[in-house]
Design a protein. Structure first.
Length: 87
């Protein structure tokens, strides 16, 4: 990434505050960050079209594993151009 280009936007999707803080600390120098603590919040962020990458914790406290898989399926079946990395 060149120094003149805008930073990519990454969403951290987890109900685990410690994990979110660790990921944010590691990424904030190079990326614009957004946080979501629920799958509903995550999908709202995804629909905004501003995300380049979503880090998706399937073991979040604020949703079930199944809801996480459903969110992943919604992204795959949509026109969203966001890379999802499952944690």
């Amino acid at each position: 990434m060149s120094h003149t280009s805008a930073k990519s936007t990454v969403a951290i999707v987890t109900g685990d505050e410690a994990l979110a803080d660790e990921l944010a600390e590691a990424l904030r120098a190079d990326f614009e960050l957004r946080k979501a603590t629920s799958y509903d919040q995550a999908y709202t962020l995804l629909e905004s079209g501003e995300l380049d990458v979503a880090l998706l914790d399937l073991n979040t406290k604020n949703g079930t594993f199944r809801e996480g898989l459903e969110l992943l399926g919604q992204v795959q079946n949509s026109d969203l151009d966001t890379m999802v990395i499952v944690l």
